[in-house]
Design a protein around this ligand. Structure first.
Ligand code: SF4
Length: 398
């Protein structure tokens, strides 16, 4: 599919909007009323620290709503105000945050349902309004909505669009895109749809496996089985790993994405030599600033004297999960929760999600005596949710 031609046709259809409908002032006011918090504002002013009695809280210096998410949420609300009576759909959750998604659901903004990973677009009628989320939509979905003559409100973050441009560039120059991401994540599904030949690698271990294969140390049958869900149709590792470029899901661990980039660059250098590297490897830079800032702030936070860490964000939020990984790597007891209701003040307990596990209950979660708690939140978590968590911690500690 000529993805650029499809995008061009949609963007010039007269039924496409990627700027929203309201002025920046009105937009900021509407968002502020719903999601900001005076408590968080005062903690920010106090060098991201707060103390009450035996409880000391240290907030990460960068956390919560990123620019791309704020813009997407604001555009979704504006869409409802602009089309008060029309049927409005979203191709997915606008962002990975339950409170925001519940809020939109109360405004009768519906999510297109999916079964076994396949979305059912049949309830979407000719001329309905459809919002594309911050992490984008596949080009096939966009094409289908265009054919249904829907009004498309595109909140795709420009950082995500940048990744799409990168893989389109790979395609144009017949390079295979190695995408550092989760092959099932919505953003990566969209990126895959814009790519030509591609292979998705989840982490450095998978990237090393691919690198070994490139250097002739692999078994093709095993390779094809291992990545069966993660490559493009007709992919042949003996052909399609000769010219590669790297891109990433914007919310992956930045340090790991950089390592993967270097690994493949060195692999191709060894195999083809410095004189030929440009024919076999394309440099990349698709790491999102907000993800980078939040991860850097988390690296600073784990250097503080902390007893425990609370990481707040949707359980299916990739960037939040990576923040928790940093806590685990630094051996700090951490609790990943999505909403403040996971904490019981009466029982001093927390219902939290350890990495790669189901939710578990931790009793006596705040120990007796003085306690230092670090807090951070993912890019799709409003300040209000962080404030609700802090208020519960205060209630337990006092
Ligand atoms: S995390 Fe980055 S890519 Fe994702 S919405 Fe925010 S700014 Fe955009």
């Amino acid at each position: 599919m000529d993805t650029q031609a499809v995008k061009h046709a949609i963007q010039h259809s007269g039924r496409y909007n990627r700027r929203g409908f309201e002025s920046p002032t009105k937009r900021a006011k509407a968002l502020g009323e719903s999601y900001q918090s005076d408590l968080i504002a005062s903690i920010r002013e106090n060098n991201f620290s707060f103390q009450k009695g035996r409880l000391k809280i240290k907030l990460a210096k960068s956390f919560g709503f990123c620019w791309g998410v704020e813009r997407a949420v604001a555009m979704a609300y504006e869409t409802r105000r602009h089309y008060p009576d029309e049927t409005i759909w979203m191709t997915n959750e606008i962002i990975h945050n339950p409170s925001v998604n519940n809020h939109l659901s109360k405004m009768n903004v519906k999510i297109i349902s999916a079964k076994n990973g396949v979305k059912d677009f049949s309830p979407v009628s000719l001329g309905d309004v459809v919002i594309l989320p911050a992490f984008g939509a596949t080009v096939q979905e966009m094409q289908l909505l265009h054919e249904k003559e829907c009004h498309i409100i595109d909140t795709t973050c420009p950082w995500v669009s940048k990744v799409w441009h990168t893989v389109e560039k790979h395609k144009k120059h017949t390079f295979t895109s190695i995408i550092h991401g989760k092959y099932k994540h919505e953003e990566t599904l969209a990126t895959r749809s814009f790519a030509g030949n591609y292979l998705v690698v989840f982490d450095l271990a998978e990237a090393k496996y691919v690198s070994d294969y490139i250097e002739g140390k692999g078994d093709k049958k095993e390779f094809m089985k291992k990545f069966s869900k993660a490559f493009s149709n007709g992919f042949d590792p003996d052909i399609h790993l000769e010219r590669i470029g790297v891109a990433n899901q914007t919310t992956m661990l930045k340090s790991e994405t950089e390592e993967i980039g270097k690994l493949f660059e060195n692999t191709m250098l060894r195999k083809y030599g410095p004189a030929n590297i440009n024919d076999h490897f394309l440099a990349f830079n698709t790491i999102c600033d907000a993800t980078e800032e939040r991860q850097d702030a988390m690296f600073s936070l784990v250097d503080e004297d902390l007893d425990i860490l609370v990481v707040i964000g949707g359980f299916n939020s990739s960037n939040t999960t990576h923040l928790q990984e940093i806590a685990i790597t630094n051996k700090i007891e951490s609790f990943h929760i999505d909403i403040s209701d996971r904490i019981s003040v009466e029982n001093n307990s927390i219902f939290h999600k350890p990495l790669e596990s189901e939710l578990v209950l931790k009793e006596n979660f705040l120990p007796d005596g003085d306690i230092n708690v670090g807090i951070t939140s993912g890019a799709s978590t409003p300040d209000k949710v962080v404030a609700d968590v802090i208020e519960k911690l205060i209630d337990i500690a006092t």
